[in-house]
Every structure is written in C-alpha cells, then in structure tokens.
Design a protein around this ligand. Structure first.
Ligand SMILES: *Cc1c(COP(=O)(O)O)cnc(C)c1O
Length: 453
C-alpha cells in the first residue's frame, strides 16, 4: 500500500524524462510531439502497472528504454525483408516468388528513369502499355495474345465479367474451390454477374455432364485447377481436350484458371505433375489465366492468354483499365520471361533454383550450419507452396535445434534485426537451407550463433 504510493511518487515528471539522454536526440530526429506522446504512454502504462501491482520498481533508464522502444516500433516499416528458413518456396505470407537478379535490376532501371511505358520510339507517338511482355508470352506459350492484370484473382473476375455476365458458366462440383484469402469460385461468379451452373458430383464429373448442361444461355465451360487440395480414390474429371472440344462443338468458350501455371515440367524434379500452360493451349482452350508470382517465378500479376478474338474483347472491357499493371510489374515480368526464352529459368529464377537444388548441396549447407551453431542435421521435406502441388514435397536436409522453449526461441528469431522465420516440429526448431539465399547465410549464422548458445 505505502509501497505503491512511494513508487507512484518516484515516477519522473514528463519534462524530466524528456531531458534524459538520448531522448533529446530523438526529439531532433522524430519531432517533439512524437517523443512526448511516447513518454506519456510509457508513464501511463507504468502507473497502471504499479496500481495493479504488476510492477514494483521504477528506474529512469528502464523508462527511457521503453520510450525508445515505443518510438522505434511506431516507425518500423511494416513491410520488410526476412530470412525464409521454412523450406516453403512460394510462401504466400512471405511474399511468394523472389525475383531474379535481372528482374530486380529491370525494376530499378524503370523506376528511376522515364521510360517507354506508353510511348512508341519508332514514330514518337503515344503507344500502348499492352504491348509489354505480350510478344514473349506469345512465343513461350503459343497463344495468339496476352494481357497482364493485377493478379490472377482479378484476371478471373475480368474474364467472367467480360465474357459471361448475365450468362451461364458451367463448372464441375469438384472444382468449386476456395483458394484462400476468401477467394471462392461461387463468390467470384456472383461478383462478375455470371450464373453458376454446377455439374457432376464432388468426386466425379464426366464430359457428358458438361454437354447436357448447355442451354442458349451458356457462355462458357470453366475449369479451375484444384491448386491447394488433392482428390484421391474414386475420382474423374473430363480431359482438357474433351472440355475444349465439347465447348467448341456447342459454340461456348473453354476457360482454364490454371492457378499457378508452369512452363516447366515439374516431374523432372521428382514432384508430381503440375499442369503446364502449354497443355491447356494445346488442348484448345480459348482463354487461360495464371499467376505471375507462383511457379512462373515473377512479380505479382494475373496473366491472361488466349485466342485473338476473345482476347480483343477482354482488352476493350473497362476492367482492363481498372486492373492494369504498372511499369514495375511489366519490367520484372519481361525480365522473368526472358529467362525462359533463353532457356536459363532453372539457373536464374529463384523459384526454380530452389526447386532444382540437389539434396547433396542442401545437406552440405545444413552440415556447415550445424558446425557453426551446433544442433543436428536431420532429413526433412521442403514444399513448393503457393497453392501448387498439394501434398508433394522435395526431400531436404534440415538444421534442427533443441531449445527449452521453441516458441520463445522462434519469437527471438523474429525480433532479430533481419528477422528469421523457421518452423517447429516435434519440439525442435528447424531450418531448411533450400529457401535461405546464399547471400543471407552469414546473417543467419551470426544471429543463430548469438541466440543459440
Ligand atoms: C492462386 C490461385 C488464384 C489466385 O491467384 P492470385 O494471383 O493470388 O490472385 C486463382 N485461382 C487459382 C486456381 C489459384 O491457384
């Protein structure tokens, strides 16, 4: 009781605290108001803590320390770099695909210079931004035309709005999926003004189900790749060829939301088969859409490719303007696609470098880490992530650290100057070299060395 009063009385006045080093310097760099607010907050909290008896000392340096922390926290950027030691390659929460060096450089070049975003150098007249990346996409996929929009979710909304508004879209009950982040196919349909016509059953849909559903109101057959889940057992879906062929027989469009979309055959790396963009083009689909920052390994974007006539219609839709991408996206996407054209995707695009890394290289890195910081090397699995290849993994080697409290240790790792994101399994904290860049290795090891000893 008396201690409480003594403690309360020992709290410094606002001005006293403001004058203690280094707070005067903080006033210089951050403004008087910012520091004043932080000082008041810290004093209020301390007063409350004393009254609730959760605090029984008052040291001035401690209070100053708290004020500094509060100011740092208020001004810390919310978006910052981290080290991804989770082994999830296309990690949606950690920014998905990393850009290749030349894609990064392309962004820098375009960001700091005026550029030809909508300018034709040949005649000095106004040009169209829709030309960028188009030729490369046509060459690489064999499609007639291409449009790039904000992301694949918006690509699908645009396709449905422009080509199926007030009309029926036929889709298998096995593909009425939720991709994540509230992106659900039935909701997207509704938003676009298209009428959903479900056919087949959850596990089995045949091509006859599609054919039987056609009315004079039908605009398209839609296939949605079941990116993030897998059906096993007694299942059936029509082939791509059947879908495209039957659509054209009935005079409706065949549209494929590929989700990840890959130009490279994933079975080369012991992964399951992820449908390729070329498959859907060869099967005769009219329109295909996929993400720029999943297995393609580029910037966030929704890429729409397809047959000339339909693509012309899409280009004229008001959403094409609303969902257009900026110069930075075009710069990074073009540079990424260049790697495929030069047949150097595996060696230059981070997503593919990580997928194609061999187990030996990874084991050696994990062993080196264990020598530097302690712990053991164990076998484990990396995943591709990003809603692609559900349930398939790549064998990897992990550094495993035992700590008394894995959660506390993970929190310390996250609060490092360069935050480290690891994972916990069976009470051990695990670090997968596959997703840790070589350029980050020294930082990772010195942080681990400091925190784990
Ligand atoms: C990931 C995914 C989307 C959404 O793509 P974003 O680029 O994240 O907008 C849409 N459809 C499928 C099938 C997907 O896998």
């Amino acid at each position: 009781m008396t201690t409480k009063q003594t403690l309360l009385r020992s709290l410094p006045a606002v001005d006293t605290l403001l004058a203690i080093d280094p707070l005067p310097e903080y006033i210089e760099t951050h403004s008087y108001d910012v520091v004043l607010t932080a000082v008041r907050d810290v004093l209020d909290t301390t007063r409350r803590d004393i009254l609730s008896e959760s605090r029984d000392t008052v040291h001035h340096d401690e209070l100053v320390e708290q004020v500094m922390m509060e100011i740092e926290q208020t001004f810390a950027p919310t978006l910052r770099g981290v080290i991804n030691a989770t082994g999830v390659i296309v990690h949606t929460n950690l920014g998905r695909a990393l850009l290749s060096e030349s894609a990064q450089q392309a962004i820098v070049d375009v960001a700091g210079n005026y550029n030809t975003l909508e300018f034709n150098l040949a005649d000095g007249k106004r040009g169209s931004r829709l030309v960028h990346a188009t030729q490369l996409l046509r060459d690489l996929t064999g499609a007639d035309a291409a449009i790039v929009v904000n992301n694949n979710a918006s690509a699908l909304i645009m396709i449905l709005s422009a080509l199926a508004k007030d009309h029926e879209v036929v889709i298998s009950r096995g593909q009425l999926v939720e991709i994540g982040g509230g992106f659900r196919i039935p909701a997207i349909m509704k938003q676009s003004g298209a009428h959903l016509v479900e056919v087949g059953t959850t596990n089995r849909t045949r091509i006859a189900d599609f054919a039987d559903a056609v009315t004079d109101q039908t605009a398209m057959f839609l296939r949605v790749h079941s990116s993030n889940f897998k059906q096993i057992g007694f299942t059936e879906q029509p082939t791509l060829e059947q879908l495209a062929h039957t659509a054209s027989e009935h005079g409706v469009l065949a549209v494929d939301d590929l989700g990840s979309g890959t130009l490279i055959d994933t079975t080369r790396f012991g992964l399951e088969y992820e449908p390729t963009i070329q498959d859907s083009i060869n099967a005769g689909f009219d329109v295909i859409c996929f993400s720029g920052d999943k297995l393609l390994g580029g910037p966030q974007a929704g890429i729409i490719i397809g047959k000339q006539k339909v693509m012309d219609k899409l280009k004229k839709h008001p959403l094409a303007r609303a969902l257009r991408v900026d110069k930075l996206t075009y710069a990074a996407l073009t540079a990424t696609l260049e790697h495929y054209r030069r047949d150097e995707a595996l060696s230059h695009i981070p997503v593919w470098q990580m997928i194609s890394q061999n187990l030996n290289q990874i084991s050696n890195r994990a062993k080196h880490w264990a020598e530097q910081v302690g712990g053991r090397v164990i076998q484990g699995e990396s995943t591709v992530g990003g809603g692609s290849l559900p349930g398939t993994t790549l064998p990897t080697a992990l550094l495993a650290l035992d700590t008394s409290s894995p959660d506390d240790f993970m929190a310390k790792l996250r609060s490092a100057e360069m935050p480290i994101i690891a994972r916990v399994s069976a009470g051990q904290v695990l670090f997968d070299p596959r997703t840790v860049l070589l350029s980050q290795e020294d930082t990772l090891l010195s942080t681990l060395h400091r925190l784990y000893s």
